[in-house]
Design a protein around this ligand. Structure first.
Ligand code: URP
Ligand code: ZN
Ligand code: ZN
Length: 468
């Protein structure tokens, strides 16, 4: 790997955009400035392009058992899709087995990623079994470079479901353990009841997935989790916020000064309940939790991103094939595995629907996809920043590229794309990870196994510094 000089591009950071050259050497950024000259460098012409820090997607599910099956993308195909979307680091959910330890979850995920990852990566641990020894083990996660855990308030009837007392205790313990608790906020008890009632009525089609998980059950659980965090005196992060009523709970918490971070995802902007209600079983392609909402939720969510109530835009990439996987629920929507692919489309969807439509700026785009993620998840400034000393993870973003998504041109391993036929305007022309070109003009150039584990440490950023 040599010395590279990017010339003629526009550097984009959360604080502003400016014309500058970027010099990288030995995996790191060494200088940013006007007309840098250096001997023996290879020059990369970045004119007409935005130079952005590599995107970070801290919400993926690769090679994960879920809903009676395993996600269609493993670390080889899932990180290929990530790279094609400009993502150079993912943070994936290592699932604790029932009866297993947190350390075993990390070991299992380390094996899954080994020799396969094209991006750098970290892990959250998804807690499924909060026994006394699990509670004691929480404090050892930080030493392993694992700075966050996820708790599910929903999926009742599976090991993922966690009761309030356990969520509360995890929040209390998280402070001592220096880990951030991420919460999937939907009221699992009420959803379970609504599902039972729907099935008794014979309402089995995919759209009943949304009708049995109304916005109010997400809002109620969001408010409850936030209040439990307040009592515990702990920060909390609400993942995959889908609707205005849940966002209102987050906004209220911010008004009273509580440390609540929050994420939303591309599917809540690109699709709606109407997709779930498609003819026949087609709606199964759009089953995820929280579910797709009606379009009235979109403007409030855009506003949440704009004003900083939502600081993170993650994909929640959790892919299942239509054939044999989504089809598990052909006679019963509650058996359709939950999740959509989106790691490849995340940035292009945010640019096309957000930046081009004037909803957010290019600087907010970088904050939401990269810098805020690394600040909150404990990788800043090694990742998410174009500053000397940072890893040379760089996206050359071409605002003029036009890509129409179709299953044939996706880089993952799914037999459909929910984005079929959707045209994105703006995308990555080339992607560098630690100074190495890993993607150019539609082609993956990186080597499987070149991704490295990134140790993270959670130091709660103030709400102000995590704001875009
Ligand atoms: O539908 C979803 N979101 N599947 C992935 C698991 C989760 O809850 O994040
Ligand atoms: Zn979730
Ligand atoms: Zn998820």
């Amino acid at each position: 790997m040599g010395v590279l000089l990017f010339t003629g591009g526009t550097v984009v950071t959360p604080d502003g955009s400016f014309g500058a050259d970027v010099l990288i050497e030995d995996e790191k950024i060494v200088a940013i400035g006007a007309e840098i000259s250096a001997d023996g460098v290879e020059t990369v012409d970045a004119s007409g392009k935005f130079i952005m820090p590599g995107f970070v997607d801290a919400h993926t599910h690769m090679d994960m058992p879920f809903g009676g099956t395993v996600t269609a993308d493993d670390w080889e195909t899932g990180t290929a899709a990530a790279v094609a979307g400009g993502t150079t680091t993912i943070v994936d959910f290592a699932l604790q087995d029932e009866g297993g330890t947190l350390a075993e979850a990390v070991e299992a995920w380390t094996e899954k990623a080994r020799n396969k990852a094209l991006t750098d990566y970290g892990f959250h641990v998804a807690i499924t079994d909060l026994r006394d020894d699990t509670k004691a083990e929480l404090s050892s996660l930080a030493d392993k470079g694992v700075a966050s855990v996820k708790i599910f308030m929903t999926y009742k009837g599976t090991p993922l479901y966690t009761k309030d007392d356990d969520l509360f205790e995890a929040l209390q313990l998280s402070k001592e353990a220096s880990v951030l608790v991420l919460v999937h906020a939907e009221n699992g008890d009420v959803i379970q009841k609504l599902i039972e009632q729907a099935l008794v009525r014979g309402d089995t089609a995919p759209r009943f997935h949304a009708l049995t998980r109304p916005p109010e059950v997400e809002a109620e659980a969001t408010g409850r989790a936030i209040r439990l965090a307040q009592v515990a005196g702990a920060p909390i992060l609400v993942v995959h916020v889908s609707c205005a009523p849940a966002l209102e709970e987050i906004h209220r918490a911010h008004e009273r000064g509580q440390m609540v971070y929050a994420e939303t995802c591309p599917q809540y902007f690109a699709f709606s309940y109407q997709d779930l209600a498609r003819e026949g079983f087609e709606g199964a392609k759009y089953v995820c939790s929280p579910p797709l909402r009606d379009e009235s939720n979109r403007e409030p969510l855009w506003n949440g991103l704009k004003v900083g109530d939502l600081q993170i835009f993650g994909s929640d990439h959790c892919s299942f094939n239509y054939k044999a996987q989504k089809e598990l629920g052909i006679d019963d929507f509650s058996k359709i595995p939950n999740g959509l692919p989106g790691v490849e489309e995340r940035a292009m969807a945010l640019w096309t629907l957000g930046v081009r439509e004037g909803k957010i700026s290019e600087n907010q785009f970088v904050a939401l996809l990269s810098t805020n993620q690394t600040r909150i998840y404990g990788m800043y400034p090694r990742k998410g920043a174009l500053v000397p000393g940072a890893d040379a993870d760089i996206v050359l973003w071409d605002p003029e590229i036009s890509i129409t998504a179709t299953v044939e041109n996706r880089h993952g391993n799914v037999d459909y794309t929910p984005y079929e036929g959707m045209t994105f305007k703006g995308g990555p022309a080339s992607v560098y990870m630690r100074g190495t070109l890993i993607y150019k003009d539609g082609e993956i150039m990186g080597e499987h196994g070149s991704g490295r584990f990134i140790k993270r440490s959670f130091v709660p950023p103030s709400m102000k510094s995590a704001l875009v």
